[in-house]
Ligand binder design. Structure first.
Ligand code: UT7
Length: 346
């Protein structure tokens, strides 16, 4: 598997089939006007340039792992299962640098000794984790995998930085995948993914890791927050998401005009409309929840899947193209036919 050769159907002919979805959002809503009290920005600018009206922020005593537990429990209830073979937590805001957040989430869920680890692929983390789940299932290493995307982005952004603070929000979404036929509705299709580490500094938290540790004591507070060259990232996001989505559809054997829904990481409404336009997918086939939740990084795709399914925007039989992009830089795309009988728990 690599950037040219996606797909996990080879080894055993067993696919990862979506059987459950869960979502959890913190109750606290923060509007653009709330942000204007602290930042030199405006409701109009944030709505027009990003497409966000409000975001949810976690209470100070609520962390990524707590939200992951809530979303994961809902996904398991949605799937009607009480055990899994592996638990993956996609996040760029783990509870601690060490250990990973996933084993604690497994413990809290009453899943003792299950294989549990984090996936760090920024905002692309959930689709990356779906690809890993598909690989685990195709290889026979697992038959049921719980994939969570969870983020406390409010812990990562400088509340005084208008270039990042208006963008990000907190929350968690989760999905259950189970081994079944590649022809079953809900089966993940071929994966197209990649990275460009030459742009590792385009979205970066400069301090707090191993690099530069000797200067940590003197590092400015701002170095512990996310820095993003937004305009540059925007251009790469459009290009990479368009290419990956087109390739994933082609490898699934779909023409673009057969795609019913484009589910794209919610970084900026303008990015997704540009991707849809480049692909030739009408805007009304591109569900979006960024207006209400902001950019929730690795949580954004599962939150959108749950929201769009709940609202009836994803219907059984729909051909769905998933695509994500984020820090790394990293991107991923895959396909699935929306399954009948899926009832997300929100
Ligand atoms: O999720 C992970 C991946 N992340 C992304 O994909 C994010 C991609 N980037 C973006 O979504 C956009 O680039 C941003 C939303 C971050 C910024 O939007 P933009 O349209 O690219 O703005 P810009 O950075 O080019 O700035 C345009 C102008 C500047 O003013 P001047 O120099 O033209 O006078 C900025 O100073 O907008 C100004 N500006 C703001 N004004 C009001 C930047 N941020 C703000 C703000 N409020 N919050």
């Amino acid at each position: 598997m690599n950037g040219r050769d996606g797909g996990f159907r080879g080894a055993t002919g067993t696919a990862a089939v979506l059987t459950g979805l869960g979502a959890w959002l913190p109750p606290r809503r923060v509007t653009n006007d709330d942000l204007c009290a602290r930042l030199d920005t405006s409701d109009e600018w944030i709505r027009e340039r990003i497409g966000i009206a409000e975001r949810r922020l976690a209470a100070p005593d609520v962390s990524t792992g707590d939200m992951a537990v809530e979303a994961a429990a809902r996904a398991m209830a949605s799937a009607g299962v009480d055990a899994v073979d592996a638990l993956l937590v996609a996040t760029s805001s783990p509870d601690h640098p060490c250990p990973a957040t996933a084993p604690w989430v497994a413990h809290r869920l009453g899943l003792p000794q299950v294989a549990a680890f984090d996936i760090a692929a920024g905002c692309s983390g959930f689709v990356h984790a779906c690809a890993v789940a598909a690989g685990l299932i195709a290889s026979g290493a697992a038959r049921r995998v719980l994939v969570v995307g969870a983020e406390t982005m409010s812990a990562m952004v400088d509340p005084d930085d208008r270039a990042t603070a208006p963008i990000f929000g907190d929350g968690a979404g989760a999905a259950v995948f189970e081994a079944d036929s590649p022809h079953a509705e809900g089966a993940l299709g071929p994966v197209v993914w990649g990275s460009d580490g030459s742009l590792a500094d385009a979205i970066v938290v400069p301090a707090g890791g191993a690099r530069g540790r000797h200067e940590r004591a003197g590092a400015p507070q701002g170095d512990f927050f996310v820095h993003m060259r937004g305009n540059e990232v925007f251009r790469h996001a459009v290009r990479r998401m368009t290419h990956a989505a087109r390739e994933a559809a082609a490898r699934a054997g779909w023409r673009i005009d057969e795609v019913d829904r484009l589910i794209a990481h919610q970084a900026n409404l303008r990015i997704n409309l540009a991707v849809a336009d480049a692909l030739g997918i009408p805007a009304d086939q591109v569900p979006s929840n960024i207006r209400d939740v902001g950019n929730t990084a690795a949580a954004s795709v599962p939150l959108l899947l749950a929201d769009a399914c709940d609202k009836g925007e994803l219907k059984p039989g729909h051909k769905v193209l998933l695509v994500s992009f984020g820090s790394g830089l990293a991107w991923a795309a895959t396909t699935l036919v929306w399954p009948a009988g899926l009832a997300p728990r929100l």
